[in-house]
Design a protein around this ligand. Structure first.
Ligand SMILES: NC(=O)c1ccc[n+]([C@@H]2O[C@H](COP(=O)([O-])OP(=O)(O)OC[C@H]3O[C@@H](n4cnc5c(N)ncnc54)[C@H](O)[C@@H]3O)[C@@H](O)[C@H]2O)c1
Length: 269
């Protein structure tokens, strides 16, 4: 499985035997925020399954690097564009353009987010709206854009990235917590309407995942102690651990899974 760096994927642990999904081969998949972190692992994981991947991100250099690494690894190069998801028209235009290039999307992964820290006192109405514009609103409108294609296909899988952070009362980002807690509402609120057309929708909620950004910005000695205290499993969660749950939910193996939250948190919550 690819990540966005040349560093070996630490989610592939010694002795592990991983699944592959023939049903994903040749399928078109759209990922938001796919240039770095968990999104990049998801993009790489789908590419390694032979899927046709499209992704958008604001991080242009990282996106270009990921596309090049995937091509060098022998995978079909992903379709990608610089797109700020706060601009819903641009997000929906990217879905349309990518769909014209790759075909109707069989899977959508709503991954984009920003967990910047803030306090109750510091938040202005403008900052609040901006947090929602990244962490809450894009998923709904990305779904709106892909569903007509899924209806044409006769099936589809929408995977919304939630979080266990608000569930374990992580307190450093109340607006992010509000937005992330709404992901289960999005999943459950659309599951019945989409299910009639065999379009499945699920939440994948990661625990604390050791992306380069998390390690650089937030992981300190107290964080290490917290991980040790709260996780049931000793290993650190890696982006690839989340990507593998996403692959399963996108595949035909998950044909009867919808409206649910799947946690990948090493047992913390
Ligand atoms: N890393 C964790 O520990 C963790 C824990 C719980 C949940 N999650 C969830 O998993 C998902 C991925 O997490 P991550 O840690 O890789 O996130 P991240 O913040 O590291 O990366 C998200 C990606 O989105 C991009 N992005 C940010 N703002 C954007 C914008 N306005 N328009 C377009 N792209 C933008 C970034 O450039 C980045 O590539 C998120 O939904 C997050 O909430 C992560």
């Amino acid at each position: 499985m690819m990540t966005n760096s040349k560093v070996a994927d630490k989610s592939v642990r010694p002795g592990a035997v991983l699944s592959s999904y023939p049903s994903l081969r040749g399928r078109a998949v759209f990922v938001t925020g796919g240039a770095t972190g968990i999104g990049a692992a998801i993009v790489g994981a789908f590419a390694a399954q032979g899927a046709k991947v499209a992704f958008i991100d604001v991080a242009e250099a990282a996106a270009a690097r990921l596309a090049q690494e995937l091509a060098e690894a022998g995978h079909t190069p992903p379709w990608w564009r610089v797109c700020d998801v706060r601009d819903i028209a641009a997000l929906q235009a990217a879905v349309t353009e990518a769909g014209a290039a790759l075909g109707d999307f069989a899977a959508l992964v709503n991954n984009v987010a920003s967990d910047d820290r803030h306090t109750l006192e510091s938040v202005t109405p403008a900052y609040y709206d901006e947090r929602m514009a990244i962490n809450e609103r894009p998923a709904f409108f990305a779904i709106q854009a892909v569903v007509p294609g899924m209806r044409r296909l006769g099936f589809g899988s929408v995977i919304n990235l939630g979080s266990t952070g608000w569930q374990t009362k992580g307190g450093a980002y109340p607006c992010y917590a509000i937005a992330k807690s709404s992901v289960n509402g999005l999943t459950r609120g659309l599951a019945t309407a989409l299910g009639k057309d065999r379009i499945r929708i699920n939440t994948v909620s990661p625990g604390w995942v050791m992306t380069e950004r998390q390690i650089a910005l937030w992981l300190d000695a107290e964080g290490e102690r917290e991980l040790q205290r709260n996780q049931c499993l000793p290993d650190r969660l890696q982006p690839g651990d989340i990507a593998r749950m996403v692959l399963f939910l996108a595949s035909d193996d998950a044909a009867m899974c919808t409206a649910q939250e799947f946690k990948v948190d090493a047992g913390w919550s």
